[in-house]
Design a protein around this ligand. Sequence first.
Ligand code: PRX
Length: 561
Amino acid sequence: MSKSEINAIAPVPGNYQLSDYEQTKAFFTWNDAAKELRYQKTGKLNAAYETIDRHVEEGYGDKIALHYVNGDERVSYTFHELKLKTDHYARILKENGVKKGDRVFVFLPKNPECYLSILAIIKIGAIAGPLFEAFMADAVKDRINDCSGTVLITNRDLVQRVPQEEIPSLHTILLSEDIEALPVKQEPNDALVEWVGEEDGLIIHYTSGSTGKPKGVLHAHRAVFHHYQSGKWVLDVNDEDVYWCTSHPGWVTGSVYGLFAPWLNRATIVIQGGRFKAEDWYKLIEELKITVWYSAPTAFRMLMSNGDAHKKYNLSSLRHVLSVGEPLNPEVITWALRNLNLRIHDTWWMTETGGHLIVNLPSEPIKPGSMGRPFPGIAVGILDEEGNELPPGQIGQLAVRTPWPGLMKEIWGNQDKYKEYFKYDGWYISGDLARMDEDGYVFFQGRSDDMINSSGERIGPFEVESKLIEHPAVAEAGVIGKPDSLRGEVVKAFITLRKGYAGTESLLEEIRQFVRKHLSAHAAPREIEVVEELPKTKISGKILRRKLKEREVEKAGSLYV
Ligand code: PRX
């Protein structure tokens, strides 16, 4: 018996929707996933219909679909109300010229209008482009320009960060405060839903890599099979659950597991606006009797640092907790066991993969430190540099056998980038390094490139470096993820200064604010170090981020402290 097996945490006995992993894995094929969706009967589908309208048609119109909480504000909607609202939004979009396949962006805070907008866009066959609410002008502009977005739904506050004159394709901006009251020409319901094929575009998420600007990861409607099945088996939600995913729909977790997966399974979702505050989170669980909760290691670590705050609240409604986005350290799992009396179920996937690939299921043992085992229908390999599978225990490239329904359809306008993920025949290469044990449990070992992961958010060093050197004082910049005990990594910039500038505290703060103001708060370096010279490759003179990172990792003592 290996050491990790000794430490495995047994499942809590219960009536889970997937009760036996080995058995399910042996018989499940992705063709089974669409069985309960309308698609099975017609061969055509629409993700927004499957998510909302279907439940109304099947007699669940009066069921609460969402609770929204922001400070003292409380709003709830039934599936029927959501259908009417998304219909209204969809008509407004149509009347503004939106057609099947158009890219329509949503730049809103985590509020019901954000979710409604995404679904309305999808309902009429257009492609939704949700943007994270913290983005500033350049981040908004780059993304909409990249795929020539035509319409944007935003609000009075965020519209100030939209430089419309620099986005030539964007012909219409709709403000969420106005949409509700806008008049529409009446249209019969059946003309509204655009029935599409599996390969038609659904949603585009921009994500960062180690090089270049963020890339547009396009998903097709077929992804709903993956969303539905993983919602059922991994989130284990059904229509009795009150489910809370803490991610914003601008990130893939917030769209796939904040919106599609729970609603495809008819759960009631919770949307919480506002900033993180431990007491507010516990209060929300108690007040809404949340049963299933999906969050990220940084959030759990923030809760941990609040000591006994949870003791003041009744959290007994919680039955299933999940985590994603960054390594879930065993200390966090132990904390949850001791303090919440619950296991935290880690899950691994990526924007590009469109759904869970490696998971810890509620019915199966958890090995702390492991991300879990492959979802049924998914085969994972650990590959060497030539693309050969390595035996258990060895560290290599984490790869997944293609295809599966959630796998991205393309990188918008960049076929070369897309091909880079598939350099070995029949495999998707994640860019992560991992090892697998003899039981099939996968252990994360780091990234094979320079991508930064801070609080579970992917940050591309190139984007930050490009912004830094736009500041008049900065000559060159190298940006890395520095190990951090709370956030996993924090963005650290090494810069050289132009002649005539001194690296004073106030200048460094000004540079930091410059990135915050133009790009986004989460990508702004928390630390800036002025150096005489940056390490570079001898031949091409490229900045060696790896060297910068090595120094920081040595100082911290480990890659993930
Ligand atoms: O490095 C892995 C890390 O996050 C990357 C994917 O980031 P993103 O596309 O933003 O998607 C985040 C949520 C789906 C991966 O390549 N990552 C994701 N989940 C885990 C993780 N690292 C360790 N453990 C995880 N469970």
